[in-house]
Structure formats: structure tokens, C-alpha cells
Design a binder for this molecule. Structure first.
Ligand SMILES: [Zn+2]
Length: 257
């Protein structure tokens, strides 16, 4: 990364992420949802949000291809960054880029394994608010490190007039570029996974467009601290708070299927 920004080097930006982000818990803990890594009741197979996504028709194969880079408790500093980088804190784009860069260094091999071969392209979930993909802060954040990554391409466009729903999949939210998508192994980058409906709609659109395989890489998975406490899932919160985010020791949190 270069140019005028508040972080003198990528190491400085990584340091901030390490101080503020939480590590992703490994799947297998009875309180970790095996799809989105959020909290779940130990007696259920998945969290409520993923159950809703499943009901709305996402092929379950796609939900097994979600790997957040970090956890962001809300309220919390890292979650605040993820909220404000689009508006009041554009400099925080460098922090998102640093997190993505670190994760791609650590995760390229398992991602290729999950996709069944080399990554052909990366893209971002488009905004549904009428902003061109290339003008979005997420696109600009990824662009800061894209010269080190597989090609970043505008593979998805928002379809005007479509309504985004909070818990359901709607693949017609987005249209894919058929010539660029067909037969390709694609990494779809999302900034914050809240319910997953936007990213999963995008992944579904890419599959409908003929992609060979899609893996969704949210930079942060939001944790609603209030609702976790409400359901007496403090052990889950402790698990996440105990996990330091270390750029040189990022663990792939999914079993390699
Ligand atoms: Zn879940």
C-alpha cells in the first residue's frame, strides 16, 4: 500500500486491526454456528439467521462457503470502524485492506481447496443504493491491495428497483456478467456480515450466472453483544473475546471438506 494515508505502512494498519478485531472461532464449538460463525443455541444445528437464510432458498452448499476474516462485537471499536469507513472515516479503508491482505496471505490455499482450483476472480457485494460498484468504498478498499490478489472484477451489478430483505435471499437483487462468471472460481468479498442476506444473494446470483464455485469472505462478522447476553451465551462471547487477531497466525476456521 502506498500514497497519503494515516498509516505509514501496511504493518501499521495491520497493528490496528490486531488491536481491535477479534479472531474467528473455529467451527466445532457447540455455540458456534457452522455457517456464519455467529452464536447459536447448543441444542440447535445453526443460528436463527442461517435457518432463515436456508428457508429462503439459499443452496446450503453456499452457506458452507462463508469464512469471515474477523469478528466485530457490536458495540465495539472494530465494528465502529466497519460502520464508519463508508462515511465519516474513509481512512479506515486501509484497515479493511490490511485485514483482507493478511487473510489472503493465510487463506489462499484453503480457499483454492474449497473452490476446487485456483481463484479466477474476486468481486464485492454491490450496494443496493444506486452507487456504481467501482465508486463503493468496499471496492476502493479492496483496490488498495488488489495488485497482490487475484484479479478484482465488477462481476455483480445491483438491479434497480429490487428490494433487499433482512433475512431472506433474493438472487434477483444482483445481475452477473455472464462472460466473466461462467465456469469461474470466485471469491465474493463483503464488508460486514450482519444477517448474510446481501452476500448470500450475491453468491446465489453468481452461481445462477454459471460460476463454477463461489466462496464468501466477509471482512468482519458482526456480533450483536446484547442479544448474545440475552440468551445467556456468555461462553460464546468469552470464546470470541479470548481470541487475539494475529495477522501471521490466522487460522482457517472451517474443516477442509
Ligand atoms: Zn449462522
Amino acid at each position: 500500500m502506498s500514497g497519503a494515508h494515516p498509516y505509514a505502512s501496511i504493518d501499521d494498519a495491520i497493528q490496528v486491526v490486531q488491536n481491535e478485531a477479534k479472531a474467528v472461532p473455529t467451527i466445532g464449538h457447540p455455540m458456534v454456528c457452522p455457517y456464519c460463525f455467529g452464536s447459536k443455541d447448543p441444542t440447535y444445528a445453526q443460528c436463527f439467521g442461517c435457518l432463515q437464510l436456508h428457508k429462503s432458498g439459499v443452496p446450503f452448499g453456499l452457506l458452507k462457503r462463508v469464512v469471515p476474516i474477523s469478528m466485530a462485537p457490536d458495540p465495539g471499536t472494530w465494528y465502529g470502524r466497519m460502520q464508519r469507513y463508508k462515511g465519516a472515516s474513509p481512512d479506515d479503508m486501509y484497515l479493511l485492506a490490511a485485514a483482507l491482505f493478511s487473510a489472503m496471505l493465510a487463506f489462499t490455499k484453503p480457499i483454492e481447496h474449497a473452490l476446487g482450483g485456483a481463484i479466477d476472480a474476486m468481486c464485492v457485494t454491490p450496494s443496493t443504493r444506486g452507487i456504481l460498484v467501482e465508486d463503493q468504498r468496499l471496492w476502493k478498499s479492496v483496490s488498495l491491495v488488489s495488485s497482490y490478489l487475484p484479479p478484482l472484477k465488477p462481476l455483480l451489478r445491483a438491479v434497480p428497483g429490487q428490494k433487499k430483505s433482512r433475512n431472506a435471499i433474493n438472487p434477483s437483487l444482483f445481475a452477473s456478467e455472464p462472460l466473466e462468471v461462467e465456469g469461474r472460481r470466485i471469491v465474493l468479498i463483503e464488508d460486514t456480515w450482519v444477517t448474510g442476506s446481501g452476500a448470500m444473494s450475491g453468491a446465489h446470483s453468481l452461481m445462477v450466472g454459471g460460476a463454477a464455485a463461489v466462496l464468501v469472505l466477509p471482512i468482519a462478522r458482526r456480533l450483536e453483544v446484547g442479544s448474545i447476553k440475552q440468551f445467556n451465551r456468555q461462553p460464546y462471547l468469552d470464546l470470541v473475546n479470548d481470541g487475539a487477531w494475529q495477522s501471521d497466525r490466522l487460522l482457517w476456521p472451517r474443516p477442509l471438506a
